[in-house]
Write a protein that binds this ligand. Structure first.
Ligand code: PLP
Length: 426
C-alpha cells in the first residue's frame, strides 16, 4: 500500500473501506460543538446505537414478567450468559465451552489465579511484565500475600533492556528458563497498555509449560483488537474486559477463558458460587459443590443481565462486521498513522515524536504510543481544542487508538495535520 498524506487519499480509502457503514452504528461524542475524533476506544469503546434497545428490552421484560422472567422472558435470564461464548469464540480464539462471560476483569483475574496459582515450597514464583497495568500488579501482589509469601521474592518482573521501551520475547523466555522449577505461574498482558506492544503469547505459553508452570493472559487491550488463538496457543487461562475495544459500556461485564484441558477437571480448586453449579440440579440446593464441566463452572453469581444486554448489542456488531475484516482495517489504519507520524518527523529539523510501539505489524494492534520529545503538552492541548480525544500518560506519552469499527482514514489525516501544525510553529 502506497500511503499519501493528503485529504484526497483518505477520501478514497474511506470510500473503499468495506466497514465504512459501521461508523453510523455508533454514537460519536460531540465536543466543542463538533463531532470528535475519537481515539480512545482502547480506554472506553463507543456506544452502539442499538445498545439502548437491547437494555430497554430487558427492562421491559422485568416490568412485565417480574421473577418469571428468569425462565419466561424473551431471552430468559437463567441462561442469558449462554448467548456469548459462540460470539466470543472468534474474538478470543477459544472453543465455546472454554469461554464464560461473568463479573469484572480484576475479579476474574483473582478467580483464575485462585485456581492456577497454587504455590508450594519449591514452586511459588509468578513471572510478569514490569509496569503491568496497576490493577494487575495489585492483584498479583495480594495473591502472593494471601499465600503468606513475600512479593519481593515471589514476583519476578521482566523489564525492557536499557534504553528500550518494549520487551524482547527472548528475554521473557530466558527469565522463565532461569527461574525454572521455581515458577508457578507466568502472567502477562496480551498487549502492554502503555506501549501497545503485543506479546508473543504462544512462545510465552510454551516456555511456561516447558518449566512446568501455568500460563495466563490479561487480554484487556487485546480482545477485539488483535488476532487471538487462546486454544491453539495452549494458554491455560485468560480474562478480559468488555468496555475497551468490545464497546460494551463502562464497567461492563467481563469474560474468562479456561483451556479445554482444565474445564472438565472438576477437582481443580476454585472459589465457588451457585451459578457454577451443575444446571440440572442447581435448584435442588443440595450440599456440596458440583461444578459445570465447562468454563461456566467458574461462575459465582447469577448474571448481570442489563450489562449483558449491552454486551450482546456490541458483539452482534462484531459478528456482522467479521473479525477478519476488523483486523485487516485495523492494520491499515495503524500503518497509516505510523506513515503520517514519520512524514511529520521527516519534515522537522530534529525528530520530535518517538513511536514507542513496535514497528513490526504482528507486535501491535490499533494503539500507537507517541513519546513526545518536544512540545508534548502543546500538542495534547491542541488536540483537545480540535475535539480530538487522545490519552495522555505521564511523563510525556500520547496514546492514540484508531479503531476499525468507527474511525476513518480521514480521522488519522486530520490528527496528523493538527500535530504537524504545532510541531512546525516555533
Ligand atoms: C483496563 C484494564 C484493567 C481494568 O480492570 P477492571 O477490573 O475492568 O477495572 C485491568 N487490567 C488491564 C491490563 C487493563 O488494561
Amino acid at each position: 500500500m502506497n500511503y499519501e498524506n493528503t485529504l484526497a487519499f483518505t477520501k478514497q480509502m474511506d470510500a473503499d473501506d468495506p466497514l465504512k457503514h459501521f461508523r453510523e452504528q455508533f454514537y460519536i461524542p460531540v465536543i466543542n460543538g463538533r463531532e470528535s475524533i475519537y481515539f480512545t476506544g482502547n480506554s472506553l469503546g463507543l456506544q452502539p446505537k442499538t445498545t439502548q434497545d437491547y437494555v430497554v428490552d430487558e427492562l421491559e421484560d422485568w416490568a412485565n414478567f417480574g421473577v418469571e422472567g428468569h425462565f419466561h422472558s424473551t431471552h430468559p435470564w437463567f441462561s442469558y450468559h449462554e448467548r456469548f461464548p459462540g460470539l466470543l469464540a472468534d474474538i478470543i480464539g477459544g472453543l465455546p465451552e472454554e469461554i464464560v462471560v461473568m463479573n469484572q476483569l480484576t475479579v476474574n483475574l483473582h478467580l483464575l489465579m485462585t485456581t492456577f496459582y497454587r504455590p508450594g515450597t519449591e514452586r511459588y514464583k509468578i513471572i510478569c511484565e514490569a509496569k503491568a497495568f496497576p490493577s494487575d500488579q495489585y492483584a498479583i501482589e495480594s495473591q502472593v500475600r494471601l499465600h503468606g509469601l513475600n512479593p519481593d521474592e515471589a514476583i519476578i518482573e521482566v523489564s525492557p533492556r536499557e534504553g528500550a521501551h518494549c520487551l524482547r520475547t527472548d528475554d521473557i523466555v530466558t527469565a522463565i528458563q532461569q527461574h525454572g522449577k521455581s515458577v508457578a505461574l507466568v502472567l502477562f498482558g496480551g498487549i502492554n497498555y502503555y506501549t501497545g506492544q503485543v506479546f508473543d503469547m504462544q512462545a510465552i505459553a510454551e516456555a511456561a509449560h516447558t518449566v512446568g508452570a501455568y500460563c495466563g493472559f490479561d487480554l484487556a487491550h487485546a480482545a477485539g483488537n488483535i488476532e487471538l488463538k487462546m486454544h491453539d496457543w495452549n494458554v491455560d487461562f485468560a480474562c478480559w474486559c468488555s468496555y475497551k475495544y468490545l464497546n460494551s459500556g463502562p464497567g461492563g461485564v467481563a469474560g474468562a477463558f479456561i483451556h479445554q484441558k482444565h474445564i472438565t477437571d472438576t477437582a481443580l480448586p476454585r472459589l465457588a458460587g451457585w451459578w457454577g453449579y451443575d444446571k440440572a440440579t442447581r435448584f435442588q440446593m443440595d450440599k456440596g459443590f458440583r461444578p459445570i464441566p465447562t468454563a461456566e463452572g467458574w461462575q459465582l453469581s447469577n448474571a448481570p443481565v442489563l450489562s449483558m444486554a449491552a454486551h450482546k448489542a456490541a458483539l452482534d456488531i462484531f459478528e456482522d462486521a467479521g473479525m477478519e475484516n476488523i483486523l485487516a482495517k485495523g492494520k491499515l489504519l495503524s500503518n497509516y498513522l505510523l506513515f503520517i507520524l514519520d512524514e511529520i518527523n521527516n519534515g522537522l529539523d530534529e525528530k520530535m515524536i518517538e513511536v514507542i510501539t513496535p514497528r513490526t505489524e504482528s507486535e501491535r494492534g490499533c494503539q500507537v504510543s507517541m513519546l513526545m520529545l518536544q512540545k508534548g503538552e502543546a500538542v495534547f492541548e491542541a488536540l483537545k481544542q480540535h475535539s480530538v480525544l487522545a490519552d495522555w500518560r505521564e511523563p510525556n506519552v500520547i496514546r492514540v487508538a484508531p479503531v476499525p469499527l468507527y474511525n476513518t482514514f480521514r480521522d488519522v489525516f486530520t490528527f496528523g495535520q493538527i500535530v504537524k501544525a504545532i510541531l512546525t510553529t516555533s
